[in-house]
Structures are given as structure tokens and as C-alpha cells.
Ligand binder design. Structure first.
Ligand SMILES: C[S@@+](CC[C@H](N)C(=O)[O-])C[C@H]1O[C@@H](n2cnc3c(N)ncnc32)[C@H](O)[C@@H]1O
Length: 214
């Protein structure tokens, strides 16, 4: 869901830098053809914003929970330094062949390591400290993903959590399992005095978290 008028969103996209270039259009078209849930794609506005964050924070180790058709993965790779690496995990492998082909076409394949795995298991095996994390997999496990990501964050590392407003359902008093997990994730972040937290109504909501140095 978008929280702003479609025309205003189009205007924002038009006057924002394109985070991903021509390959973005191809990934979008492929997603519409090959996926039953094309709405899972994160899209231009969100990735332009995340691309900006990546450009100003210069992460070298980027981690994505939930690859899907590789749109945000491509954006993360394109907006990070040449020596950066993007680790991305998805329990499904059905989009991988097409993803690899798109990433190769865009010249970013060597920066991306894809793991077909349950992120809840694989996250423990990823190396090093993480500088930029994009959480966008199954909502029920968001609290575990954020909790673990915080332990892996480098000093100025950032975590971005997608769908943080979940079409506005976070406001409901009776919450289903996914909504409750997203709500718990937001609360956990806000209640942690060691984190600086911003919750933004971009697309379906983005929760941004950084470890406080002061
Ligand atoms: C919303 S989509 C990701 C969209 C993608 N990040 C983008 O920007 O276009 C969520 C993805 O998470 C994956 N997923 C769900 N549960 C998972 C799990 N436990 N481990 C890894 N991936 C999972 C799904 O297969 C799906 O492809």
C-alpha cells in the first residue's frame, strides 16, 4: 500500500534519481509476468530512498532478507561501492535463474551472493559485521530478524524494515499474527535505548534503525 496519492507518488518518482536504471523496468515486467504476488516488489520510490541511504552511509556488507525477483538486491548492489558485497536470502529459488541473468546484464552479479535458504537459519551463517540490512521476508519472523541484525550491526550500520505500517493495520486493536509481529518489531526498536529509530510512511512504511553512538 502507498500512503500518498498515486499522482503525488508518480511526481516524487519522476523527480527522484532512478536507483536501478533500465534493468529495473525489466525486473518489474518479469515480476508481473512470473509472480502471483507482484505487489511484493519494493518499487522505485522506496529503492530511490534506500539508494540514497546507501550512498551516504557507504556500506561494504549489505544483507537482504527476502530476495524475491531481485529488485532491491539490484538497487543495493548498484548504489554501493565497487568493493561492497550484498548477501541476499530467499527460501524460494524459482526466480534465481532470471535474477542472476538480470544481475549479470546490469554488471553487478559479482557483488551479489544469493542463498536459497530459510533466513531464520542462514542469517547465523553470514560472515562479518553488517553495515546495511534490508528486512523484507516473512513478517512473522521480523522480531527475530531485527533482534539478530542488531547484534551484527557495525558501528554506523543501518537496518531498514519494509512494510512497517502494513497497509495501516498496525493501528488495529485486534491484530493478526503478521501485524502483531510487525508491531512488536517497531516497539522493540523504539524501546531499545541503544537505537535511534525513525518510522516513515514511504510506500508501505519503512522502519529505520541505527545503533546510537551518542
Ligand atoms: C516481499 S518479498 C521480497 C521483495 C524484495 N525484497 C524486493 O525488494 O522486491 C518477500 C520474500 O521473502 C521470502 N521469504 C519468506 N519467508 C522467508 C524465510 N523464512 N526465509 C527466506 N525468505 C523468505 C519470500 O519467498 C519472498 O520472495
Amino acid at each position: 500500500m502507498n500512503f500518498i496519492d498515486d499522482k503525488l507518488e508518480e511526481f516524487c518518482v519522476k523527480y527522484s534519481s532512478d536507483s536501478i536504471g533500465i534493468i529495473g523496468q525489466e525486473i518489474k515486467e518479469r515480476t508481473l509476468k512470473s509472480s502471483e504476488l507482484p505487489q511484493m516488489l519494493s518499487g522505485e520510490m522506496e529503492n530511490s530512498f534506500l539508494g540514497f541511504l546507501i550512498r551516504i552511509s557507504n556500506p561494504k556488507v549489505l544483507v537482504e532478507f527476502g530476495t524475491f525477483t531481485g529488485y532491491a538486491t539490484a538497487s543495493m548492489a548498484m548504489n554501493s561501492a565497487v568493493d561492497a558485497v550484498v548477501y541476499t536470502m530467499d527460501k524460494e529459488g524459482k526466480h534465481n535463474k532470471a535474477n542472476q541473468s538480470d544481475w549479470k546484464k546490469a554488471g553487478i552479479q559479482q557483488k551479489i551472493q544469493f542463498f536459497q535458504a530459510d533466513a531464520l537459519v542462514k542469517m547465523y551463517e553470514l560472515p562479518k559485521k553488517w553495515d546495511f540490512v534490508f528486512i523484507d521476508a516473512d513478517k512473522e519472523n521480523y522480531p527475530q530478524y531485527l533482534e539478530f541484525a542488531i547484534t551484527k550491526l557495525s558501528e554506523n550500520g543501518i537496518v531498514a524494515v519494509d512494510n512497517a505500517l502494513w497497509s495501516g493495520k498496525v493501528l488495529q486493536s485486534e491484530k493478526d499474527g503478521e501485524t502483531q509481529a510487525i508491531f512488536d518489531t517497531i516497539e522493540m526498536a523504539k524501546c531499545n535505548p541503544n537505537l535511534y529509530v525513525t518510522l516513515l510512511p514511504i510506500r508501505d512504511g519503512i522502519l529505520l534503525v541505527q545503533k546510537r553512538s551518542h
